[in-house]
Write a protein that binds this ligand. Sequence first.
Ligand code: RFL
Ligand code: PHB
Length: 387
Amino acid sequence: MKTQVVVIGGGPAGLLLARLLMQNGIATVLLERRSRAHVLSRIRAGVLEWGSVETLRRAGVGTRMDGEGEIHHGVALGHTNHQFRIDFAERAGRAVMVYGQTEITKDLYTAHDAAGSTIIDNAEDVTLHDVTGRPRVTWHKDGRSHEIEADFVAGCDGFHGVSRQTIPADARTEYERVFPFGWLGILSETPPVSHELIYSNHARGFALASMRNPHLSRYYVQVPADDTVEGWSDERFWDELRRRLPHDAAEAIVTGPSIEKSIALLRSFVCEPMRWGNLFLAGDAAHIVPPTGAKGLNLAIGDVALLAELMSAHFAGDTAALATYSDRALERVWAAIRFSVSLTGLLHRFPGQSAFEQRLQEAELAQIERSDSAQTTFARNYTGLLT
Ligand code: RFL
Ligand code: PHB
């Protein structure tokens, strides 16, 4: 078998890249390790920058997002029972869209099915060969071995994938900061407590009120890195959330049974470069940001929009185009890391943090509330980076 681009990983990065390449007439084969049902059961991101919204529309998968997604024109930051709003329209002249990653993935699969794309799921032991020459990829499925040759391989297989590991250790530099806490998240079929997101700093730890739609809430509380969901009954979760959200929100919360509960650890990670020969990394395969800035999915979409443009230029005859990919992608990645790490530091309680440091965080939040320029900076970073 031969194709132009083999895409490893059927998360949002891989599915969207294959879609954008196909729109430009470039042949792709996508290999996904898990079943489609598994991929569609993962609950992850919820907030799209406006640039991501436009990319999804351009990819022809914007119809349901535009019908069912919610445009948010602001966000609330809170602390010690006080909250204030940052107005995106006023400060940055743009908004964000709340639309679940699970729904985006579903829309991309639907579009691929309609177009007859080659998506191979349950692909085991995916292995990359000769990526600095003429790349080949091998895998097993249903007890049989398979092999495909390609011009390029796109590693969109997430943080635990094989693509990044294919780059020799002495040819890549990895930068990492693991935070000593995680987010315990629940999904519940209850009306969201507020029509906009609330990010709350509290002496007991961070909390976030988010949503997927008017009948589906997504809430998070900060927990120690070694905590497990077994220790968190729904009742304990709701009690803790109520303690940490600003008073008005806490009083208004509608509780109900959780339909999903999981813990995600907070980590920053960057692999440089994002290209090795004819292998290109995109999305979580190359970088991880703590979720506080809602940037992970947006970075993945930004990477693949750029990669699709440069691969298309390459196949149209501009063979120098792809040389710029890694540097251009990394510029946005580091901007997102900087914003996400600084927001994480502002809003979370660190082990051993004293009352003094808690007051400093509150003073910084108060300063953001008073400052036009600080609110503009926040709104520009939150709604879209480097634009
Ligand atoms: P994914 O989604 O991990 O997909 C990678 C795919 O590759 C497959 N795979 C393999 N396939 C073949 N062979 C192998 N050896 C393979 N190894 C792995 C996997 O099965 C999978 O299907 O990476 P991708 O596509 O780069 O997408 C990245 C996003 O998923 C991620 O950045 C976001 O979810 C991060 N994130 C958020 N991002 C935002 O922009 N806004 C948010 O509001 C936001 N909230 C979040 C988040 C991530 C969270 N968690 C759980 C980490 C909230 C949470 C709680
Ligand atoms: C979510 O709704 O899952 C979400 C929203 C904002 C974040 C992170 C996650 O910063």
